[in-house]
Design a protein around this ligand. Sequence first.
Ligand code: AMP
Ligand code: MN
Ligand code: MN
Length: 325
Amino acid sequence: MNNLLFEYMDEAIDIINKSTKIFIASHVNPDGDNIGSSLSLALALKKIDKEVFVLSTDGIPNDFKFLPGSELIQDYNESMGPIDLFIAVDSSDVDRLGKNKDLIKTTNKVINIDHHISNTKFGHINIVNPKASATGELIYYFIKRLNIKIDKDIATNIYTAINTDTGKFSYDNVSSDTHRIAAELLDAGADIKEVNINIYESSSIERTKLFIKTLGGLKTYSNNKIAIAKISQDILTETNTTLDDTEGIVSFIRGIGPVEVSCILKEISEKEVKVSLRSKEYVDVASICGVFNGGGHIRAAGCTINSDLNSAESLIVEEIIKKIR
Ligand code: AMP
Ligand code: MN
Ligand code: MN
């Protein structure tokens, strides 16, 4: 971590010290980094007697309901009072905040903590470092800088954030610092058994059937270097599942030997498709998603295409093929 960020952290700490009501929010379609970073920061700020609200954008996926503090996540309502300080975590731009995005206009104190290369630095203070493997890494340094002790519950949340955003410490965003942080989190009591069982070993039969059906429709292009699966609303209805249950399919597909880019297309409605891309060794999928106004990281990115499933497939395949060698 470079000193520049510590300077920004110190400015942020100064603002936190002067604030009473602190609101934390993250991105739409929540993932482990989103929830783990939000909750660890909230639990830490509560320890220094701040009134903290963790705002829900799209609820909380079942996989993460076991996390300590998850009951803090709630919809914004006016009775919470005016926003003293708004902290956005793991969100590359204002639109990613979904239904909470207009709230940042009601305050002149916005802290943006994130690790996406595509971050637009929309905060008054921006603690943004694309070298961090997860926003959870930045939260770890920030809580230490705040001089708040990382207890078991905080450690379990940060561990979840990092574990999920790094594919269990396997992607090339992992550094030796990532492992040093993980070691400290284990020393602080992070419950890795709970994390592992709840996130990776609790699939329902319905979700398993969704995986089977989706993978049954797998298509490949460019000598199996591109693999794509589509998830229609019909498949979700047939298997009695929701979009949350699709988590993990795209990384499973990337795990197929010859695949460089994996892609899943999720039908949100007749004219809206959410695309998830993952790459293995050399394709920058954030730039492919950029073509469709999305973004993310080099090896994991997303975007939304306003068309039907089949047209979205043609459009995205055309862009991916250009990047395959
Ligand atoms: P997903 O495929 O939804 O799991 O997202 C993979 C990564 O890309 C995550 O880091 C997301 O935060 C990011 N991402 C997904 N969709 C978008 C989007 N529309 N704009 C910017 N970043 C995105
Ligand atoms: Mn995220
Ligand atoms: Mn993240």
